[in-house]
Design a binder for this molecule. Sequence first.
Ligand SMILES: NC(=O)c1ccc[n+]([C@@H]2O[C@H](COP(=O)([O-])OP(=O)(O)OC[C@H]3O[C@@H](n4cnc5c(N)ncnc54)[C@H](O)[C@@H]3O)[C@@H](O)[C@H]2O)c1
Length: 340
Amino acid sequence: MTTLNAAIIGGGAIHRCHVNALRQLSGVNLRALVETDSEKGLKLSMDYQCRFYQDYREMLLDDNIHVVHICTPHFEHKNMILAALAAGKHVFCEKPVGMNSGEVADITQAVENASGRLGVCYQNRLNPTSLRIRQEIESAALGRMLSIKAVLTWSRFGDYYRLSPWRGRFATEGGSLLINQAIHTLDLMQWFAGGVTRLKGVVDSGELADVTEAEDSAMATMHFANGARGLFYASNCHTTDSPLLLEIQFEKATLQLSDNVLWQISPAGRVRLVSDESPDGVAKSYWGLGHQQAIRHFYHAIFHPDEANYTDIREAGKSLTLVEAIYRSSQIRQWITLDN
Ligand SMILES: NC(=O)c1ccc[n+]([C@@H]2O[C@H](COP(=O)([O-])OP(=O)(O)OC[C@H]3O[C@@H](n4cnc5c(N)ncnc54)[C@H](O)[C@@H]3O)[C@@H](O)[C@H]2O)c1
């Protein structure tokens, strides 16, 4: 196949990252936009010079659509993935792939029976700083990993929840801070340390207690499969979207991600390793710059099946397991043991 036609479901905040990424790919064409809000959807489809559908099931009948991007509220992901795979499409879904491990199990089964692929958008794995951390871990040059500390403090005001009522509710978002904003941080922590074996966590609501049903802040202590310890804190109650602060301590040095710059700190001094700036010099936004790369990798896997390298359902399920475990631990005030 020389050209792949794409459709995007959901014309909200994140969909523009997908449109921009698709525009950079050769052999890929945005053929349709699906949006339940017809006024918004018609305007966007005119801007993009593509077809408009209000119902995604109608879009799935178009045999000339090969890849479906899901950019909708979380409670719709599972049914959309299942329907798109059943229609023979490839699917690229925004995180989280579903709302809980039960949904992940259903999706896993559907992927096993499907001809199409399912990729999930964990674009922060492709940040230059994340890739460098993985490289340092794989080379083992810094010795054994001792601990990972991650602090994510972002700002979400009442209107963010009031204007999109699916947010902040268990039935429609699957939670709040953990499953939406902090899931990338949990994913990176477990990815760097090869999985979590035990954790103890707490969730709570402070500033946003009046507008969200679920948590606005969370913390956890973790034990990783590689023997290291993890400390995690996240909150949506800050007054700005601060870049992720990450510290990974090894026997011989510490890697520190601060203001989107990765430093190596050792008795010999502090060395700047790499930063998350795009090649054209644009600084990393708090969403990261990785959508372009993540989407490129997914299409590359479709064009070149032998070179597949994207976040699949198995990988995408891991951070959701952590989200669930932190909720459960908070509820019963006990450590939770996890399978890896
Ligand atoms: N990867 C990231 O860093 C990142 C960042 C932001 C959002 N997201 C994810 O993207 C997804 C969407 O988030 P958002 O912030 O864009 O939400 P949003 O509320 O801004 O937009 C969702 C859009 O989907 C539309 N929609 C809802 N149901 C639909 C349906 N059945 N058919 C067609 N359109 C439908 C809504 O009308 C709305 O326009 C979520 O999964 C979210 O977690 C990911």
